[in-house]
Design a protein around this ligand. Structure first.
Ligand code: ADP
Ligand code: MG
Length: 857
């Protein structure tokens, strides 16, 4: 707490003061609500909706609506919102983050803002971190909402699109962040509007919001398909990587030093920097790679792929560790979530790293995938008109919530005072001593019947501890988290007296640990952390599992100077100090300075990770702008808008561009390069070849353009007339446009991916890679839109209409190579005609008669 906070109170305290009067109002309505019959209470929903339609706002009806939900929860669930839960609910309604500890009843908290906002009729999404919680909460809290006459849906991984659509159509929908995000991407790949499942993104309440918006936000959601690229290079590079010699790690070597161009003495072929997770080839290494591949210069752009793959192979071999970062199972490499220690089936490292690891582990190297659609959680959740979140641990990440998501975090007081004792860290010299101490502590605690929950960072540690406990004959459960539901059951039992539970970090998050009376008497749940996590927040999560709702409890972290965190970030000075204290083998020390140093290291890493996410976001902003343009265009097409004007504009644009590219302003008609013009124009718009006819001889360039535009539009009108009715050609325009957009857009995002990787590799240049990325990205986007126009127009002009179709609603598009001289005479023309005073379809902004519709002079 700084001095200002001491005088004026913290941000949370000040904000809470503004909320208390509203809570008082809600509480004062209690007797009134209690007096209502069930039916009368239910009728409140109708009344509120009516009042909203008569101009009252959600804030106007908030106190009554909250009081209604509170009473309904009491009657349907036998739980009545505590005062702090009402506060939390208001914070959520206000689009902020409610920091409420584990066990404070956040599930119930969300019912009040969900009900209130659902009254507006635009749908409320309650976002959870796994299917199990979505289902549990939908069923559990659904009883309150259904009591009040609202509909509640849940979206699960196993559901098809009809079921999803139905669930999203409900007043309140429970869904995981992944399902929601993927549904958004899939909706934007739909070919028919009916395939779309989501409603507009109005209000989201995100449970375990730090997990979703911070931890998971490091990797974007990606929908991918397979590309045709060979996988051989990965295997070859793996062979090479094993032949290269690892140089001595240099503590001085850092990304920063590299960027600053500092001279570093190099040894070996490559240098691994574990701290920043980067690998670099030395001059010797570069030479060896060049010899191996028989290439002149590895730095040449044409060798970018080799360069990329060699680095990947080195990273796979020297920075990615089996059973820590990933496991190998059934000929597959599976990622282990670093936060939960859980295996993430189906997820793959991006940029080819997964393939490199597959090559390293000699399992089948999967074809490289091609990104079809992608979005970051940051950009996805920022699409909501309003969003809010709840978690036990938010304040450490307050800055990021504010800057990235525009949400502030409010710490809400607990319902009952927390009496858990958080002990100082116990620090040991070696890991071996530390784990011995941990096991001794477990044994002693278990002996007196106090339940213990042991938190680990990796599956490996969990298993090692389990072995040690087995040897001592201490019964225990290990939670390596394969099934959320099973996990929840085990964690729920962690409070039974005498229970010993080993769990990776946040496994079982969202599950309540209830204590029995004997456990309480024995001191409550004891938390033993076997290592400090990179992020203080994750440590706080673990601690917070104990001491809920005024329960007794204890927590302590065990640390050794050999832990990764200490090894990589603890200063030399610290180790020196430890030695100076002359601590004998096996002895622990508790020292404020040590704990402070650890916390400083954690803050450094947190900042660093925030930086990485911020960077990811900055790059994604470029993609996001483009995505918005394309998705909006797609949406128009799906909505069935008439695309004729757009098509005509594309046609006239192509004419104009072709003329501009082949003919310069000063030339007179005799010198025009008709060959070039025809080459550009005719493959797309099959007009007859343009040549120096009498008609053209005296023309200016602009006149030629007008004439060709007019001809092209006439030709298109003739094409339209081939269709028995105009709705058919409109539908075909939409279908073709959509397919072309998708095709080009998908290759574009893949190209953007490549671009980013390429730019990342060239980070040594003088220019800011982000600026480079923006500029090239913009150019590529322009190129893509031009290609979309050309392709769409080309296909439309070359459609062949099957005339014998009688009952089928839409004409069939059977091929695109037909010779157009055979186009049949118009049978019916009910396409919209352009009248002389209409705006010209070429998009010039002039009237048709003064533009493309001008009579030849
Ligand atoms: P959190 O998500 O904040 O960790 P949960 O929503 O899982 O907490 O709730 C923890 C436990 O508290 C649940 O068993 C729930 O039944 C209970 N609970 C929550 N609110 C109340 C209440 N107002 N009255 C009684 N029990 C409650
Ligand atoms: Mg919860």
């Amino acid at each position: 707490m700084n001095i200002l906070e001491k005088i004026f109170g913290t941000h949370s305290e000040r904000e809470l003061k503004l909320i208390y009067p509203i809570v008082d109002k809600i509480e004062s309505l209690k007797p009134e609500m209690e007096a209502l019959s069930d039916d009368q209470l239910r009728d409140k929903t109708r009344e509120f909706k009516e009042r909203l339609s008569n101009g009252e706002t959600l804030d106007d009806i908030l106190p009554e609506a909250f009081a209604t939900v509170r009473e309904a929860a009491k009657r349907s669930l036998n739980m009545e919102h505590y005062r702090v839960q009402l506060i939390g609910g208001i914070v959520l309604h206000q689009g902020r983050i409610a920091e409420m500890r584990t066990g404070e009843g956040k599930t119930l908290v969300s019912t009040a803002p969900a009900y209130l906002n659902a009254l507006a009729g635009k749908g409320v999404h309650i976002v959870t971190v796994n299917d199990y919680l979505a289902k549990r909460d939908a069923e559990w809290m659904g009883r309150v909402h259904e009591f009040l006459g609202l509909t509640v849906g849940v979206v699960l991984n196993s559901m098809n699109s009809d079921e999803r659509k139905k669930a999203y159509g409900c007043d309140i929908t429970y869904v995981t962040n992944n399902e929601l995000g993927f549904d958004y991407l899939r909706d934007n790949m739909a070919i028919y509007k009916e395939q779309m499942v989501l409603r507009d993104l109005d209000f989201a309440i995100i449970d375990e919001v730090d997990s979703v918006l911070i931890d998971e936000a490091r990797t974007p959601l990606i929908i991918s398909g397979q590309s045709g690229k060979s996988t051989k290079l990965y295997e070859v590079c793996d062979v090479l990587a094993r032949q290269l010699e690892k140089g001595k790690e240099s503590a001085e070597f850092s990304k920063m030093a590299a960027i600053m161009g500092e001279e570093i003495e190099e040894e070996g072929d490559f240098i691994v920097n574990e701290k920043d997770k980067i690998v670099n080839l030395t001059a010797d290494g570069v030479k060896k790679v060049e010899e191996f591949f028989h290439i002149e210069n590895l730095a040449d752009p044409e060798n970018l792929e080799i360069q990329h793959n060699v680095i990947l192979a080195l990273r796979a071999n020297y920075l990615m560790f089996r059973d820590k970062d990933y496991v190998v199972k059934d000929d597959e490499v599976l990622i282990v979530d670093e936060f939960t220690g859980r295996i993430m089936p189906g997820r793959r490292y991006s940029d080819g790293l997964h393939q490199a690891i597959e090559a390293k582990e000699h399992v089948n190297v999967k074809r490289e995938s091609k990104t079809l659609a992608t979005i970051t959680f940051q950009n996805f959740f920022n699409k909501f008109n309003k969003k809010s979140g709840m978690t036990g641990t938010a304040l450490t990440e307050e800055k990021e919530f504010r800057n990235t998501y525009g949400m502030d975090a409010i710490a809400i007081p607990t319902n009952k005072p927390v009496i858990r004792i958080d002990h100082e860290d116990a620090v040991y010299k070696t890991k071996k001593e530390k784990f011995k101490a941990v096991v001794d502590e477990i044994e002693a605690t278990h002996a007196k019947g106090q339940p213990v929950l042991v938190g680990t960072i990796t599956i490996e540690t969990s298993e090692m501890l389990s072995q040690m406990l087995k040897k001592k004959g201490i019964p225990h459960k290990v939670l390596n988290a394969k099934y959320h539901e099973l996990e929840a059951e085990i964690v729920a039992d962690a409070g039974i007296h005498g229970a010993v539970t080993i769990a990776t970090n946040m496994a079982g998050r969202g599950t309540d640990i209830k204590l029995d009376d004997e456990s309480k008497a024995a001191g409550g749940l004891k938390i033993i952390g076997t290592e400090r996590h990179e992020s203080r927040r994750i440590d706080n999560q673990l601690r917070g599992r104990s001491g809920r709702q005024g329960d007794p409890g204890e927590s302590r972290f065990y640390i050794s100077l050999e832990d990764d965190l200490m090894r990589l970030f603890g200063s030399e000075r610290l180790v020196g100090m430890f030695n100076a204290l002359g601590v004998p083998e096996g002895e622990q020390i508790e020292h404020k300075m040590l704990s402070n140093a650890i916390e400083k290291a954690q803050m450094k890493i947190e900042n660093n990770n925030y930086g990485i996410r911020e960077q990811l976001l900055k790059y994604d902003e470029v993609n996001n702008e483009q995505r918005e343009v394309i998705y909006a265009e797609r949406r128009r097409v799906l909505d069935g808008d008439n695309m004729r004007d757009l098509v005509l504009k594309m046609i006239t644009d192509i004419v104009e561009n072709s003329v501009d590219m082949s003919i310069s302003d000063e030339q007179s008609a005799e010198n025009w390069d008709f060959g070039e013009l025809n080459n550009l124009l005719l493959p797309v718009i099959p007009l007859g070849p343009v040549s120096l006819t009498d008609e053209i001889k005296g023309m200016k360039k602009s006149e030629l353009t007008h004439m060709l535009k007019e001809k092209a539009i006439k030709l298109y009108e003739a094409k339209e007339a081939e269709f028995p009715d105009s709705e058919q050609i409109r539908e075909i325009e939409r279908v073709i446009l959509l397919k072309v957009i998708d095709n080009k857009w998908m290759s574009h995002i893949d190209d953007m991916d490549q671009l980013r990787q390429g730019i990342g590799l060239q980070a040594y240049g003088q220019r800011d890679p982000l600026v480079e990325y923006k500029m090239s990205g913009y150019e590529m986007f322009e190129g893509m839109t031009a290609a979309i126009c050309e392709e769409t127009v080309r296909i439309l002009f070359h459609i062949r209409v099957e005339q014998k179709v009688e009952r089928e609603p839409a004409a069939k598009v059977t091929g695109t190579n037909k010779d157009d001289s055979a186009v049949q005479a118009p049978k019916r023309r009910d396409v919209r005609k352009v009248y002389p005073n209409d705006p010209c379809p070429c998009g010039s902004g002039k009237k048709y008669k003064q533009c493309c519709g001008r009579k030849p002079v």
